[in-house]
Each structure stands twice: as C-alpha cells, then as structure tokens.
Ligand binder design. Structure first.
Ligand code: PLP
Length: 396
C-alpha cells in the first residue's frame, strides 16, 4: 500500500487508495491449510480428476441443490459443453443478452449457431423478459439467461416462455453461485447451469476452473463424456468432444473455500447495503443510480454496479483512478457492437437499454473484506466530484 502514497490528484482528508478487488485478503487466512493440501497433491502425483475433484463436484451440486455437477476447465467451457450436450449447431438460434461477458455468446458462435441478442431491464441489467418472445423463431433452440452481477433473471417468466416454445434454458450463473430466485438456487432453475471459478468470481480459484450443474442424469453423463474427448472407455471415442478438465489443485483450493461462500456473500451484501445508505446520506441519490434489486432474488453481489448518467461516467471513473480507487466498466462494448459479431448484422438501434448501460455503468469495490473506511473513501471521492454535500457532512 505504501508504494501508492505518491498518487497525484485532489487528495482530500481521509482519502485512501482502495482496490477494486483484493483476492489476497480472502485467501490469506486459508493459506496454511490450502498449502498443506497442495503439497499433498504434489506428492500424490495425481493432478487431474481424483478425490479432490469429486469432493468439489459434490459440494457444488449441494450448493446448487442439484444431483449432478461436472468439473471442467472454465466457465466458458461450461457454456460450450452445455450447448454441445443439447446438440446446438448450424441453423440454430440461441437467445441471450448482449450486455454480458463475451463467453456467453462465443460458445454459441463456436458451434456454428447464431446468438440472438435481447435487450436488458435498465434496473437490474438482466434480460428484459418482455422482449424474449418477439425474438423466438422456428430456429430458436435455447435461451441463456445470464444472472449478471450476482442477481438471477426473472426465471418464472423465462421458464414459462421456454415451456411454451419447447426451448432449453441454460443458466449462465458464472457470477451468481449461491444466488437464489424465489428461494431456489441459481443453476437449478434451467436444464443446466454454468459456473466459473475464475479468481474474480464469488468462489474464485488460484487459476481457471468451471463446472456444469444439472438435474438430468443422462445430460450429466453426456457432459462428462464431452468434456473428456467423448472417450468411453479409454481410447474409444463415442463422439467428438473437447478436452476440458478441472485439476486437483484448483479443486482442493475451491473445496476449502466452499464453507466460506455464504459468509462472503453476506459480507458483499452488507457492503452493498452500506453503499446505498452512504450514497443517500451523501446526497448522491440522484447523481448515482444504485442497482435495482428484484425482491424475489437472493443477490450475491459479485459486482456493485451503479449508473452515472448524463455523460459523467468516464470523468468520474478517471477521478477515482486519480485518487487510487479501483473501479471497472462491465461492460464497455456490448456484444452486438463487437467487431467479431459484425456478421450477425444486428440493427445497432435495436438494443437501446444495452447501449445506455454500456455508457453509464461503473462497478465499485464490493469484495467481502472491503473495510467501512475504504467504502466511505469511495463514497467520499464520489461526493467530492459530484457535489459539495460531503463537505457539509464532514463539517457536521
Ligand atoms: C466469468 C464469466 C464467464 C466465463 O467464465 P471463465 O471461467 O472466465 O471462462 C461467462 N459468463 C459470465 C457472465 C462471466 O462472468
């Protein structure tokens, strides 16, 4: 931290640098135990699959309230494997948001199918379910609801639409492990759920990792086969799969963190609540739009994403950076505007809320170990930039 004391810019009293995410604070207390496990794995010589992977699969299946979980190499692969398991291919269409991480759409494209982008609800940033049905055609095979930032989509509505049209629902729960909708777990609400253990996720490993969760036994067997080159038994290939494996070291790290997951989510939720209070108290309620929470959802706050309207977002972000305060834009370029998807010929004006969000959102530090002092430094910096109200507060 001391290395950052030479930060340029309008430092105010009590201003301290705040990282967007500090994974070390969460990892540190678990390290002695984790290092022991890792050393044992090194000595065992069994690096792929094995008891640690089995243990993590059963822990995550339990977390998601489903009978099956299949480890794989990443959340991106979990999406790809799920689509492969229902034979998505050329000519098929899959409905998904444009306001998401790239992997949600690239999994569809890699199989030769066509992503069809649906606009978002401006309050939650999740897909606007009222628009889905107008996009369904005779080629539509599946919907991928992305539970963005830690909050589930309206899975009642999506389930009904899917049922009416005979569509699969594959949940992109990469940011939402542990989240609930009407008391039911993310990942158990569609036919398959995709999870990422990338270090910035709520359950983050020491590298890449992912998992598919599902209720159907035959789907689970197919996914396991596809993740291992379609090989069953050894060197006999039933179909063309991919190589997507979870390794024992990641599984051991993640299994040690699973019992902490609820505490992590509770600490994130507490930070989110405090932000909302502090933003109000600082008189920033209008200048900064807090994230909308659907009452039916148990939100796990992978991100705390505010909206800063009126063209101020980039200036505010630059000011935070000057003060040593981390922030990020998830996502600055919606997928329908990515160069690689130009061939999809999406009408650029067809996703107005997605475009608006991309221009206005800013994610603030919300990681579980964020201190109240740090959170107040973030709000104080915003108040300094957006109005003098914080000065009144400080004087009071
Ligand atoms: C992180 C993420 C992915 C991809 O997960 P990786 O493990 O990084 O491959 C997919 N979708 C969403 C919404 C994500 O946040």
């Amino acid at each position: 931290m001391s290395g950052k004391s030479n930060i340029q810019g309008p430092q105010t009293a009590g201003s301290i640098p705040v990282p967007l995410l500090d994974v070390n604070r969460g990892n540190e207390p678990l390290l002695p135990e984790i290092m022991q496990k890792l050393e044992a794995i090194c000595r065992s010589g069994q690096f792929i699959g094995g008891p640690h992977c089995k243990e993590l699969e059963s822990l995550v299946a339990g977390l998601c309230d489903v009978p099956h979980a299949i480890g794989c190499a990443s959340g991106s692969d979990a999406l790809l494997l799920s689509l492969m398991a229902i034979d998505i291919g050329p000519g098929d269409e899959v409905i998904l948001p444009s306001f998401t991480f790239f992997a949600t759409a690239s999994a569809v494209t890699r199989l030769g199918a066509t992503p069809v982008f649906v606009d978002i609800d401006p309050a939650t940033y999740n897909m606007n379910v009222a628009l889905i049905e107008s996009l369904v055609t005779s080629r539509t095979r599946a919907i991928i609801p992305v539970h963005l930032f830690g909050q589930c989509c309206d899975m009642d509505a999506i389930g009904q639409i899917a049922e009416r049209h005979g569509l699969h629902v594959i949940e992109d729960a990469c940011q939402s492990l542990g989240a609930t909708f009407n008391g039911r777990k993310a990942g158990s609400l569609g036919s398959m759920g995709c999870i990422s253990f990338y270090p910035t996720k709520n359950l983050g490993g020491f590298g890449d990792g992912g998992m598919v969760v599902c209720r159907d036994t035959r789907l689970a067997e197919r996914i396991r086969l596809l993740a291992n080159h379609g090989m069953q038994p050894r060197y006999y290939h039933q179909e063309v799969g991919i190589n997507s494996r979870l390794d024992a070291m990641q599984a051991a790290v993640l299994a040690r963190k699973v019992p902490q997951l609820d505490n992590y989510a509770a600490a994130r939720a507490e930070n989110a609540r405090t932000y909302m209070q502090e933003l109000q108290m600082a008189g920033l309620g209008d200048a900064i739009v807090a994230p909308g929470v659907d009452r039916r959802c148990g939100h796990v706050w992978n991100q705390f994403t505010v909206r800063i309207p009126a063209g101020m977002r980039d200036k505010i972000r630059a000011g935070l950076t000057e003060r040593g305060i981390g922030s990020e834009i998830y996502y600055p370029v919606p997928l329908h505007r990515q160069k690689c998807f130009a061939g999809l010929c999406v009408d650029p004006k067809s996703l107005p809320e997605t475009d608006k969000a991309a221009a206005e959102v800013l994610s603030l530090p919300v990681f579980p170990e964020l201190s109240l002092r740090e959170l107040r430094a973030v709000v104080g910096a915003l108040a300094d930039m957006l109005g003098g109200i914080s000065d009144m507060r400080r004087a009071a």
